[in-house]
Design a protein around this ligand. Structure first.
Ligand code: AMP
Length: 308
C-alpha cells in the first residue's frame, strides 16, 4: 500500500564526543524515506529545499525509488539548517541552531498521484505544514503517523495539538511525551495523549529502546546494544520510516503487527547510528537487515520456568 511522507530535507552540523561534521545531509524526511524504501517502492516525499542542496543526493534518493514529485526546489533560497551537539552519554543533545530558511514559508503541494496514499508519515516539521498535507488528501488514509519535537511544543503548541487530534499514531521521545502531557509517568502520559486523539503512542527512549502503547496494552523493544555509536542523529526518524514502511508493506494494523513494525523500526535505527548522517542508511543490504532482525529475536527471546 502507498506511503507518503512529509518532513525536512536539510543540512545538519553535528558534534558528538567522537567526531564533528560541519555540513552534512540530514532532515527528518530524508531519514524516513530512506528507511522506508527498504520496505516499499515509490515512497512519496513532500518537502522543500533551496538551490544549495546537492543534486547527487536527490539522484540517490530517486535511485532508491523514492518519488520526488512533491519536493519543491526554491531558486535563490537556502535549505533548512540544524546544528546539534551531543552530550557524552550520546542520548541527550542540545540544539545549537535552527535556521528555517525555505521552511519559513513552505506551502506543500501534493501531486495528484499522492492524494490517495493509504499510509502517511508526518515527519517532524512545522505543524501547519503537516496539517496542509492532511487537508489535501482525497480520503482519510488507513493510518496517519506523526513525529514532532520540543521545538514545536515551545513555538507552536496550539497548531501542534490540532494536528495531533487528527492522527492515529504519535511517535515522540520520552522527554517530549512528558512535556506534551505534563505527566512524569510515561503510562499516565500515554493516557493523556490518547485523550488528545491518537490511538497508538510510540515513545522512543534512544539507547533504551521504544515503548508502544495502545489502550491498556504496552509493548517494549530494546535498542540493540552496539559496540560503537557514532552519531544518533536521525535515529528517531529512521525508526519512524522503518515502522511505517513495514505497516504500509503489510497493510496490517493489528497490535501484533504493530509490534513487528516497532522491531523493524529499531532494526533500521540500529544501523543509522553506526555512521555520521545518512551514510550507513544508504548502503544496507536485505541480508544485513535480516541478520539484525535475527539478533533482535535472540536478544529478546527467553523461555519461562515458573516456581513450583
Ligand atoms: P532525530 O535525531 O530523529 O530527532 O532527527 C534529526 C533530524 O531532524 C536532523 O537531520 C534535522 O535536520 C531535523 N530537525 C532538527 N530540528 C528540526 C525541526 N525543528 N523541524 C524539523 N526537522 C528538524
Amino acid at each position: 500500500m502507498s506511503l507518503l511522507t512529509v518532513g525536512t530535507v536539510a543540512f545538519d552540523a553535528i558534534e558528538t564526543p567522537f567526531g564533528k561534521a560541519d555540513k552534512i545531509v540530514g532532515g527528518a524526511a530524508t531519514y524516513i524515506s530512506l528507511a522506508a524504501s527498504y520496505f516499499k517502492n515509490d515512497v512519496k516525499l513532500v518537502s522543500v529545499v533551496g538551490d544549495d542542496f546537492p543534486q547527487e543526493v536527490l539522484n540517490d534518493l530517486k535511485k532508491r525509488n523514492i518519488s520526488l514529485d512533491g519536493l519543491q526546489v526554491k531558486e535563490g533560497e537556502k535549505s533548512f539548517f540544524w546544528a546539534g551537539k551531543y552530550h557524552y552519554n550520546m542520548n541527550d543533545r542540545d540544539t545549537l541552531d535552527t535556521q528555517l530558511n525555505v521552511l519559513a514559508d513552505f506551502d506543500p503541494v501534493l501531486p495528484e498521484a499522492y492524494k490517495d496514499s493509504e499510509f502517511v508519515m508526518l515527519g517532524n516539521l512545522t505543524p501547519a505544514v503537516q496539517m496542509r498535507v492532511l487537508e489535501q488528501l482525497n480520503q482519510r488514509p488507513k493510518a496517519v503517523a506523526m513525529d514532532t519535537m520540543n521545538f514545536w511544543m515551545d513555538t507552536a503548541m496550539d497548531s501542534l495539538k490540532e494536528v495531533i487530534s487528527k492522527v492515529d499514531i504519535l511517535t515522540i521521545n520520552d522527554e517530549e511525551a512528558k512535556q506534551l502531557s505534563g505527566e512524569y509517568s510515561l503510562v499516565r502520559a500515554a493516557h493523556k495523549i490518547f485523550e488528545m486523539g491518537p490511538k497508538y503512542l510510540v515513545i522512543k527512549k534512544g539507547e533504551h529502546g521504544a515503548l508502544l502503547f495502545h489502550g491498556e496494552e504496552v509493548f517494549f523493544a530494546p535498542a540493540l546494544p552496539l559496540q560503537d555509536v557514532f552519531d544518533p542523529t536521525g535515529a528517531g526518524d529512521t525508526f519512524a520510516g522503518g515502522f511505517m514502511g513495514w505497516l504500509a508493506r503489510s497493510g496490517d494494523l493489528s497490535f501484533e503487527n504493530m509490534k513487528r513494525a516497532v522491531i523493524y523500526g529499531s532494526v533500521l535505527a540500529s544501523f543509522c547510528v553506526e555512521k555520521f548522517g545518512i551514510e550507513r542508511l544508504k548502503e544496507l543490504t536485505l541480508d544485513e537487515i535480516t541478520q539484525r532482525l535475527d539478533r533482535f529475536v535472540r536478544l529478546t527471546h527467553f523461555s519461562v520456568k515458573k516456581l513450583d
